[in-house]
Each structure stands twice: as C-alpha cells, then as structure tokens.
Design a protein around this ligand. Structure first.
Ligand code: ADP
Length: 402
C-alpha cells in the first residue's frame, strides 16, 4: 500500500487541497481540487494529475457548508477515492509562523495554541488556516499534521531588513517585517540550481506575481529581503491590495473620512490595487486586453512599482545575477515579463523575445549579464515534501479515513 500525503490550504471562503502519492521516495501529485463558496453556494471539484475532472458537486443555494462541513465532505470523498492508499499525514499551509517557527512543525494541541497567538498578525488568513487543523486534531488525533509557514523562509534576512524604524518596544512586541509567499520562494530556491547553478549560488530576485504579489531577494538560495513586511498588504500593488502606501494616508482616512479599522481594511485589501486603480478588474488578462485609459494606468503603475522594487532589491543584494518570474501573471504573461525586462535593461538584462513568447524556462539572451527565467511555482509540492520529511520514514501511518 503506497503512502499518501494530503496538502490543505484553507482560506476564508475556500479550501484547496492536493493529494500526493509517494513514488520512489518522492511525492507525486495524484489529485487536486477545492471547495469554494463555503458561506455562499459551495462548489467542489477534484481533478487528476492530468487536469481531468474526477469529481464535482454543487450545493443548493443557501446551504452554508462552512469549514466544518467542507472538511467532513472532503474526508468522506478521500476515504472512498483513496481506498488503495494509506494517509501518512496532512500538510497545511499556514500564513504566519511568527519568529518561533523558522521551519515546518508537527502540530499538537500545544503548537496549535501557539499558532493561534499569531491570529492578530494575520486576522484574515491565520484563523482560517488553523480551522481544519483544529477539526482534524479533535476528530483524528492519531493523524499526523504538519504546519508549513509563509514566513519561515524569510527568517534568514539580516536584522536591518526585518526592522521598522519604530521604537524598540514595538519591535520586541512583534511589529516587524516578516515577509510572505515563503513556500513559493523556497520551492524556486530548491529548483533554481537545476536551471542556473551560478545564479542559485549568487544573487537572484524572484517575482511572485499572482493575485497576491511580492518579490524576494535571495543570496545563495536564502532570503535577504522582500517587498512584503508586517502583513501581506505591503510592497507591490496586487489584484485588490494597495501595496506600500504612506502611513499618513491611513491617518488622513481616519481623521478626515471617519473611516475605522475595518473600513480601511476593506479598502486596502479588497478595493485597491489593479481593481481600485482601473475600476474595471483585478484580473491582469482583462486589463491587458482593455483599451480603457484607467486599465492602462493600473498596468503602468503595477510595472512602475516592480521596476522600483527591483532596483531596491538589487541594491540590497549589491548586484544581480538572475531574475525569476513565477505565479499566475509571472508564469503566463509574456507582455508583463517583456516590460519588466525592458525596465531592467540598466541592470544588464537582455530579453530573448522568442523564448519569452514560448514561456521559457530561460528567456534572456546568451549574452545577457543577468539571466532571466520563468519557473512555475509549486507551493503544494513544497508542503508535501516538508510533511514527508517531518513524518520521517518510520512515521506512524493512519489507515485512510482522513
Ligand atoms: P493566487 O495568488 O490566487 O494563487 P495565481 O498565482 O493563480 O493566483 O495568479 C492569478 C492571476 O494570474 C490572475 O489574477 C490573472 O490575472 C493572472 N493570469 C493568469 N494567466 C494570465 C495571462 N495569460 N496573462 C496575464 N495574467 C494572467
């Protein structure tokens, strides 16, 4: 009987999952899917490794499935679907590991309580990430669970990169730059040596451009700086998040517009970024296809911020050997990559236009001083690998009934 690892990424209204099966010592994707609309109209879909739909279900409008219902449905589905497999453990994506968790951890009640203390640091994500962990701990305490954090990869950053220029008391209380998208960056760092050994041992900037977007400066595969800070709203403009803004704007909104914390949260997380500037869409595809001046302005601003952050991260590294594009926009938009690379000509970037149109992996010319790559990220595989490693070869395996 082969071992399986379930990877879970629970958000506020959806649970994404993947099942990896151990083959020749490495986890291989067998199944992936999601349940969306947990508090509106729930929809479940599971696809096999080739992307073919294996199962699908839509609940009646008005049925609030919630996280508990979704975990129960998923457990029953996996029980029948994976009858031939042994569930060795569950790996969870957890946004915040604070300063303590510099690597993944096996979760018990004590660890869960420690992770709940980080809820105020990521109120929109952390409580939802932890819900399935709590449910499984209660119902299946013998099933090994591992939490993998988006912050861990950045704990190698030097102290100045993690510091705000605020009084020490606040820094000690945890008001500092944590950085996010760490599982994506860790995956890229793990495969970059196969593409470019020199860059992997040197200085690289990785652009994770998805709905959420950030950039990370790496030296010899370790994070030294990133655009996201205390929260995942910092840095680049994103689909609906504003990215860096003058903190004085927040004070102005409070004093002059009478906005409270919740109203500002909604503004900066859900109504800003590409959507806010364009007034049309948070989806880069829609904006690139639009002739509306505001859509073009949103794209121009997105690229302008990337251009400035790239200069800033190259300065933090003291030079640049490689650029890597990843995530939805980075992996799929040749137009955005072309403009980012054009803006980076001063750093020694020369784009190979044909290779870029084909999607890489290498999209810079042979003579480019900085090599440029398109590498699809795989956060789920990173979690599966961590989970496997932490369970160890002799981990107690629970018979499937997730
Ligand atoms: P998430 O951050 O939710 O994981 P993804 O990494 O899947 O998101 O990125 C989603 C984004 O990728 C979408 O908002 C979409 O704008 C963008 N995207 C996907 N394909 C393309 C494309 N061909 N051109 C431009 N943007 C794209």
């Amino acid at each position: 009987m082969a071992d399986a690892i379930l990877v879970v990424n629970a958000g506020s209204s959806s649970i994404k999952f993947s099942v990896f099966v151990e083959r020749a010592g490495t986890p291989e994707l067998a199944l992936r899917g999601h349940i969306e609309g947990l508090y509106t109209r729930a929809h479940f879909v599971a696809k096999d490794a080739a992307g073919k739909t294996a199962s699908e279900k839509t609940w009646d409008a008005g049925t609030k499935l919630d996280h508990e219902g979704a975990v129960e449905y998923l457990a029953a589905f996996l029980r029948s679907e994976l009858a031939e497999l042994r569930l060795a453990g569950v790996g969870h994506r957890v946004v915040h590991g604070g300063l303590e968790y510099t690597k993944p951890v096996r979760v018990d009640a004590g660890v869960l309580a420690a992770l709940e203390k980080f809820n105020p640091l990521a109120p929109l994500h952390q409580p939802n990430n932890l819900k399935p962990i709590r449910l499984l701990l209660e119902r299946r305490p013998e099933l090994p669970q591992v939490a993998c954090f988006d912050t861990s990869f950045h704990r190698t950053q030097p102290p100045v990169a993690q510091r705000f220029a605020l009084p020490d008391e606040l820094h000690e209380a945890g008001v500092r730059r944590y950085g996010f998208h760490g599982l994506s960056y860790e995956y890229i760092a793990s495969v970059l040596p196969q593409h470019d050994a020199k860059a992997a041992a040197g200085r690289a900037v990785v652009l994770h451009l998805g709905n959420g977007a950030s950039m990370c400066a790496m030296e010899a595969g370790k994070s030294v700086a990133s655009t996201m800070g205390f929260t995942a709203v910092d840095g680049l403009p994103m689909g609906t998040r504003c990215g860096s803004i003058d903190p004085g704007v927040i004070l102005y909104l409070m004093d002059e517009r009478g906005m409270d914390a919740r109203a500002i949260e909604k503004l900066i997380y859900n109504q800003s970024g590409l959507l806010g500037v364009s007034g049309i869409s948070s989806d880069m595809r829609t904006l690139l296809a639009s002739k509306e001046p505001r859509a073009q302005l949103a794209v121009d601003l997105y690229l302008y911020r990337i251009r400035r952050e790239l200069g800033s991260l190259a300065a933090a590294l003291g030079g640049l050997d490689a650029i890597v594009f990843t995530a939805g926009i980075g992996e799929n938009s040749a137009a955005i990559r072309e403009r980012v690379c054009g803006d980076a000509a001063w750093l020694g970037v020369k784009l190979d236009a044909d290779a870029n149109k084909k999607g890489g992996p290498r999209i810079s010319t042979a003579g480019s001083r900085v090599s440029v790559w398109v590498i699809p990220t795989n956060e789920e595989l990173m979690i599966a690998r961590h989970t496997r490693a932490l369970l160890g070869a002799a981990a107690p395996a629970a018979v499937v009934s997730a």
